[in-house]
Every structure is written in C-alpha cells, then in structure tokens.
Design a protein around this ligand. Structure first.
Ligand code: SF4
Ligand code: SF4
Length: 269
C-alpha cells in the first residue's frame, strides 16, 4: 500500500557528529572481506594500508580540495594515498584515492563536534551518510534489501520501518525521503566507482596502462612508494585519454550528480 505523500518520513540529520567521529572501521562486513581478499595485489588497484587503518576514501580531486580547505581552516587533514595502480610501462604510481590518516578515530576536520569545512562541497563520503551504499552497488541488484544501504545513524528511526520492500517503490521513496540529496550523493559515488573501473579497463585495452599484478604485495608496495606518483585524473590527461577541458567537464558532471539524476530517471517507473 502506498503511504500518503504527507505522511512519508523525511531524513533530517541531527548533526550529532557520530558519523564523523568514527571514520575508521566504517566498512560494511562484505566490503571488508572483499578488500582483504583482492585489494592487496590481486587486482590492478592496490591498497597501501591495512583495512583496519583506512578511513573514508577521498577521490584524488577531493583530496586536493581537502588539502586546500584544511590549509584555509588551519587543519592538517593528514591526506595520504590509499589506493594506487602501479603502471609497469612507465614505472609510475597512479593514485586513485586518498584517505585521512587521522591520529584518532575522528575526522581531523571535526572540531568541537562541528565540521570545520561544512560550508564547502566536502566529499561524497561526507554528503552521502547515512548511506553506505546505493542500489547501484547492491549485489542483489533487486532493490529488495534497502536496509543494507545504511550505516549506523540515530536519525534513521522513522525511515527504516517505512522502506518499501519492492523494487518499484524503493527508488522514488529514497528520493523523497532524502530531500537534501544524500541518496543522490550515494548513487553518484557508486556510479563514479563504476566509471573508474570502466576507465581502468579502457586504459588497459588501449595500452595506455600496464598495471602490475600478482607481484608479492610488499614488493609492489615498495615500487609504489619509491616511484613517481601522479593522481589518476592527472594521468588521464597526461596519457591522452582526456583533454584538460574534458576532465574539467567530467568533474563538474560528478559534482552536480548528473549521472545519478540520469540513473534515477531510468529507474523511476
Ligand atoms: S548523518 Fe546521522 S550519524 Fe551523521 S551527523 Fe547526521 S544524524 Fe548524526
Ligand atoms: S570533512 Fe566534515 S563532514 Fe566530512 S567526515 Fe570530516 S567532519 Fe565529517
């Protein structure tokens, strides 16, 4: 039965700061198992730090912004490379994402329980909570297990019991329940992950990238740490995959959640 429009619950973040206070160990169990199995040398993208030490991932362009915003706020966000591809062709470490190597469990940008850069765009990981994942990365691809999309958040009490159990209604419900865009941000982040995976394959097929794989992890890590480092999006321009103008337009598209809006348009029945 459809819930009358005026009775539909809407998410309101209470700004309790809980999600920003625990940025280590936030990973859902199934993702943790996948990372442990594949992220340490069995795929082109290699993780440089153990799963237990990693915090929220930042895309390379987000990491650059965080360094700048941190400087303006007088905070060192302790941004370090998280996931890297080692290109054997050019002996280059290509940094796909970064993390904030916080001294505590809390985000370095969290000051007196408030985000010091809240006035900025921040990063997807900041804007998508309470989502951990979206229907795009739902392994069931059915939209039936929408509870698994969320992390721990006290403001979800009214939303969770109302989640539709059927695929047709879950996307429109989430669009209405998250008027501040958390659902669109979660979708766009997952679509951006798909874009990065697709792009890595295209680069390999076009022989612009020859990732090292199946080397002993420590050997691979040493190569990465002592070689030239370049951000993934800079590499796309450097190797001729995109022009600078095309890259700027692409990042603008991501920032404006255009892929997410198109995805929703194709899934609203
Ligand atoms: S999203 Fe949830 S956990 Fe995070 S600050 Fe808002 S209410 Fe708290
Ligand atoms: S940058 Fe701000 S919103 Fe993002 S995790 Fe840190 S404190 Fe939270």
């Amino acid at each position: 039965m459809l819930i009358p429009l005026d009775e539909k619950p809407q998410f309101r973040c209470s700004a309790c700061g809980s999600c920003c206070s625990h940025i280590r160990g936030f990973i859902p169990e199934q993702d943790r198992a996948f990372l442990k199995e594949y992220a340490f040398g069995r795929l082109p993208v290699v993780q440089l730090v153990p799963v237990e030490r990693m915090t929220f991932p930042l895309w390379d362009w987000e990491a650059s912004r965080f360094r700048q915003w941190g400087k303006e706020a007088g905070i060192d966000p302790r941004v370090k490379p998280l996931r890297v591809i080692y290109d054997e062709g050019k002996g280059t470490a290509i940094v796909l994402s970064y993390f904030m190597d916080a001294e505590t469990d809390a985000c370095p940008m969290l000051q007196e329980r408030k985000c010091a850069i809240y006035h900025t765009k921040r990063a997807y990981v900041c804007r998508l909570f309470p989502f951990n994942r979206s229907p795009v990365s739902d392994p069931s691809s059915s939209g039936m297990d929408a509870r698994s999309y969320f992390g721990e958040c006290g403001a979800m009490e009214k939303i969770l019991p109302e989640l539709p159990a059927d695929k047709e209604n879950v996307v429109p419900f989430l669009m209405e329940a998250f008027p501040n865009g958390e659902f669109l941000n979660a979708l766009q982040n997952d679509l951006t992950i798909e874009w990065s995976n697709r792009t890595i394959i295209e680069l390999m097929q076009g022989k612009r990238l020859r990732p090292a794989m199946n080397l002993p992890y420590e050997e691979l890590k040493k190569k990465m740490l002592y070689s030239r480092q370049v951000d993934f999006t800079d590499f796309l321009v450097e190797c001729g995959h995109l022009s600078k103008v095309e890259l700027d337009l692409l990042l603008q598209r991501f920032d404006e959640n255009e892929d997410a809006r198109e995805w929703v348009g194709g899934h609203e029945l």
